[in-house]
Design a protein around this ligand. Structure first.
Ligand SMILES: [Zn+2]
Length: 468
């Protein structure tokens, strides 16, 4: 947390307040981890004498992005899983890719999640919901990067198989209980840690991976821990088919019957669903993670406008293989325009709200995601003195349509700088990148050496089979 007051002056501030106010010749004062004031530059500078001044000229200050659905360890499948989606029509196959992810040691996991956190910070993410397995193995490593985190330990009790598995559902109650125990332990250790920067939620893997009994236990646990919950929902058609076969209803109806839907639930994807399911989600005021890039890569799209009209709060996530929320935001706007055959809606201001303030709200942080007095000082600065961002006449539209992750030069969380003038302060960038590349080559090489039945897909670089 900042020990002194910081004033970012002579800048443009995109507040994302209720009226989408943009302030020119403006300043933001930050004190004790919160926005102390936003207003005309001269006035704010006079009000906070002795503050540490940061020159914001040529830049735009805005809230950081909330990535409400990601899996940091799956960054290891980058460049591979994007092209391996399961079939959307029968016969369905088990899992989301025909290649398994290599098993990783604890140190290897840490190398990958640090790479993911680095990519997230570089592209302007300030808050992320990490949905993973054995999160405790790397919680400290990502907490150390300074990001705001909602950590969720994935729970399931289907004995064998993966999402979209057409096979029978055999319950492994002990597996479900282990997942719950891990969630409770993670919560006891991390919820509220780092001055509240880290929180812990409850995660059910997916409707076809969880028995009714486990879903009821997880709902009770969410209530007991008084926290946010998340689930992958209507992600692929194989999942819908599996749930229909075993539960005799649609995935969202299955959750509704159990009482799992609530306004502190983040449902990731919501793509392969019927109108009635969208209505159920809206009625329960659930939050939807619109994971636009992975959706586009899979050739599937949620009906975001309809979900929103039914009453859902729309946030955004990167899901697997990437952490760049600038790309997620733009892809989401493009996808919705194509789907609706509408060249004006959604507007860039709408996409910006999905990626910032709505995401914070979904993560249970109503006092974040916008730049207003009293809100958490989670913000980014974007350098607009670049060819692709000039002319700088409508900053929100220009950035959503033309911006790139690397235009983000400064990132602040809880009033502390994670990146300043293009340099990440909380990590050794070169070492993190080199280590992640080394671990990826080793881990994939090890998998193929162990499983000669698996073959690398087209375009894979030559691999040295790793020892041990
Ligand atoms: Zn996911």
């Amino acid at each position: 947390m900042a020990q002194h007051t910081t004033v970012i002056k002579d800048t443009t501030v995109v507040t994302i307040d209720r009226d989408d106010t943009i302030l020119y010749d403006a300043a933001v004062a930050i004190k004790d981890g919160r926005v102390a004031s936003v207003g005309p530059s001269r006035e704010i500078v006079a009000r906070f004498p002795g503050a540490h001044a940061v020159d914001g000229s040529g830049k735009v200050v805005m809230p950081g992005f909330a990535n409400i659905h990601t899996h940091f360890t799956l960054i290891i499948a980058k460049g591979i899983y994007e092209d391996l989606s399961p079939p959307h029509k029968p016969p369905f196959t088990s899992g989301l890719a025909p290649l398994p992810v290599p098993e990783l040691s604890r140190d290897e996991m840490i190398a990958m999640v640090r790479l993911a956190a680095l990519e997230a910070i570089r592209s302007g993410t300030t808050a992320a919901l990490e949905d993973g397995s054995n999160v405790e193995n790397y919680a400290q490593s990502i907490a150390d990067t300074g990001l705001r985190l909602l950590l969720c330990e994935k729970a399931w009790d289907k004995a064998k198989g993966n999402i979209g598995d057409p096979g029978p559902f055999d319950v492994d109650a002990a597996l479900g209980d282990e997942c719950i125990a891990r969630t409770e332990a993670l919560h006891a250790k991390w919820h509220g840690a780092c001055n509240g920067r880290i929180t812990v939620g409850v995660s059910a893997w997916a409707p076809d991976m969880c028995s009714p009994d486990l879903l009821r236990k997880l709902r009770a646990l969410q209530h007991k821990l008084d926290t946010v919950a998340t689930i992958h929902l209507n992600q692929v058609w194989g999942e819908v088919s599996a749930v229909e076969k075993i539960r005799n209803r649609k995935p969202t109806e299955y959750l509704a019957d159990i009482g799992f839907l609530n306004d502190r639930l983040i449902c990731a994807h919501c793509r392969c669903m019927v109108r009635e399911e969208e209505r159920l989600l809206g009625e329960a005021r659930t939050n939807v993670a619109f994971n636009a890039c992975i959706a586009a890569r899979r050739g599937l799209s949620p009906r975001v406008h309809d979900l929103q009209e039914f009453g859902c709060n729309i946030g955004m996530g990167s899901d697997n293989m990437a952490e760049d929320m600038v790309e997620v935001m733009r892809t989401g706007m493009f996808m919705e325009r194509v789907r609706r055959e509408d060249g004006r809606q959604p507007a860039p201001e709408q996409a910006m709200r999905w990626a910032t303030v709505n995401g914070y709200r979904a993560m249970g942080i109503p006092d974040g995601g916008s730049l207003e007095a009293g809100k958490k000082a989670d913000l980014i600065m974007i350098d607009f003195r670049r060819a692709h961002l000039v002319p700088r006449l409508r900053v929100v539209s220009t950035f959503v349509h033309q911006g790139q992750g690397r235009d983000v030069t400064d990132v602040m969380v809880d009033g502390a700088w994670l990146m300043r003038e293009g340099k990440v302060l909380t990590m050794d960038e070169d070492a993190t990148v080199a280590e992640a590349q080394r671990v990826s080559e080793t881990a994939w090489g090890r998998l193929f050496a162990k499983r000669p039945d698996l073959k690398p897909i087209a375009g894979w670089q030559p691999m040295s089979a790793a020892a041990g």
